[in-house]
Design a protein around this ligand. Structure first.
Ligand SMILES: [Zn+2]
Length: 425
């Protein structure tokens, strides 16, 4: 068994051998006194949070493939070519080949096929990458080894990202899930930062600056982030990344990364508090408005499941009282604080459904008081709708909705997202 590449020496070696112009800036992040290798002191680890699960992990134990033999590079190529053919509507490929200089007339599918055909060459270089190709065949191979989360709101199928040698995955935040990415071929150097207020507000400001004119230099704030940990991910190793960690990656060899993600009810409320960051990020995305509305609809469904008591020990609609901890409790506590941001990203229909979910819950829940603020009522059935609208629903909701539907008309359907390599469905 080879040893893990999580020390400063090992990371430095990998970057020294790398011919990418991004290797030097990456190296300088390790020298600026703000970051360290993954093998680090407890004080560095603690910045990520109080539990072991808050800290990024890499190793064979994190891989759902377990002791199973991984497909060879040739085998992988054939699997991916098949998946590419099966992909309805064509693959996502970034940047789209037709946006390059004149003289290139290749479809995204052809460009993706060329890249996949070259994954057997560790030094192959291409301008583009495939961010998330759905891979049922790979999912079948590793399905039994996937982590069984508790309180799972949703889990994604396995997708594969294909990166040629020297491809940089630019600075971005990890999405709301915990993701598990196994390197099937290649080598990638990673830097993962803790999702602290400083780091996330730095990133949010960078997204906002980038959205004004799309100057990529505005996103180059990695030197300002603090507490990152770096490592080299080798073939067969799985990487576990907690939600919202800022991250940066550099493929030093042609790489294929297979990823699945889990979103749990326990991170639902912490995620709601990140909506300002997400709003800034959607502005940087070509089809960000559509993503934002999809996200709002997904969140509305998750909220309905939490309010229905799916994740609590007893049912607040039938038994005793509202639980004093757990996802329902934290959602009740946080609602007034997050309601403006959350309802602000929803379309009309989703907002309506969310309001209905809440009022039905507040009427059905045990006791005579409002479960959010404790106000007592004579008849919940008669009074709760009005109380909810007055006390627990955004005031500006109707005006905001009209602006949203205008923006939605202008969404460019062609663009897609190259930044998020571990994207959710
Ligand atoms: Zn109330």
């Amino acid at each position: 068994m080879t040893s893990q590449l999580i020390t400063l020496g090992a990371i430095r070696d990998a970057l020294k051998k790398c011919t990418s112009p991004h290797a030097e800036p990456f190296m300088s992040l390790l020298k600026n006194g703000k970051n360290s290798p993954l093998k680090c002191a407890k004080s560095v680890k603690d910045r990520f949070g109080p539990t072991d699960d808050d800290f990024p992990r890499v190793g064979k134990r994190q891989s759902p493939f377990g002791t199973k033999k991984l497909p060879s590079a040739e085998g992988l190529r054939d699997i991916l070519l098949n998946e590419l053919e099966a992909e309805e509507g064509g693959p996502v490929y970034f940047p789209p080949p037709w946006s390059e200089d004149e003289g290139i007339d290749m479809s995204a599918e052809d460009a993706a096929a060329v890249l996949i055909n070259n994954i057997t060459d560790p030094d192959y270089q291409a301008d583009g990458l495939i961010p998330n190709l759905p891979c049922p065949t790979i999912d079948d191979l590793c399905h039994d080894g996937k982590e069984q989360g508790t309180n799972v709101l949703y889990e994604t199928y396995t997708t594969c990202s294909v990166l040629s040698s020297n491809t940089l995955l630019p600075l971005q935040h990890h999405n709301e899930t915990t993701s598990f990415s196994t390197l099937l071929t290649g080598s990638i150097v990673w830097m993962i930062w803790p999702p602290t207020e400083h780091n996330l507000s730095t990133l949010q400001q960078a997204y906002e600056a980038f959205a004004q004119g799309f100057d990529p230099a505005k996103l180059d704030v990695a030197p300002d982030l603090v507490g990152g940990v770096a490592f080299v991910q080798s073939v067969g190793e799985g990487m576990r990344i907690p939600s919202f960690c800022p991250m940066l990656g550099l493929a030093t060899k042609t790489s294929v990364l297979s990823t699945y993600s889990i979103f749990t009810a326990d991170v639902f409320v912490p995620m709601l508090r990140r909506i300002p960051l997400l709003k800034a990020w959607w502005q940087t995305e070509v089809n960000g408005e559509a993503k934002r509305l999809d996200f709002g609809a997904g969140i509305s469904d998750c909220l309905a499941r939490i309010l229905s008591g799916s994740f609590d020990k007893f049912n607040a609609l039938k038994d005793r009282h509202v639980p004093e901890n757990g996802p329902l409790h934290t959602s009740l506590l946080a609602w007034d604080e997050v309601k403006d941001d959350l309802v602000g990203i929803m379309d009309d229909e989703t907002a309506k459904a969310t309001r209905k979910t809440w009022t039905e819950f507040l009427i059905a829940v045990i006791g005579r008081n409002c479960a959010i603020c404790g106000k007592s009522t004579q008849s919940k059935k008669r009074e709760m709708g009005k109380h909810f609208d007055g006390a627990h629903w955004p005031k500006q909701q109707n005006a905001a909705k009209r602006v949203d539907s205008m923006e939605l008309d202008q969404v460019d359907e062609d663009g897609d997202n190259a930044m998020v390599i571990v994207e959710t469905e």
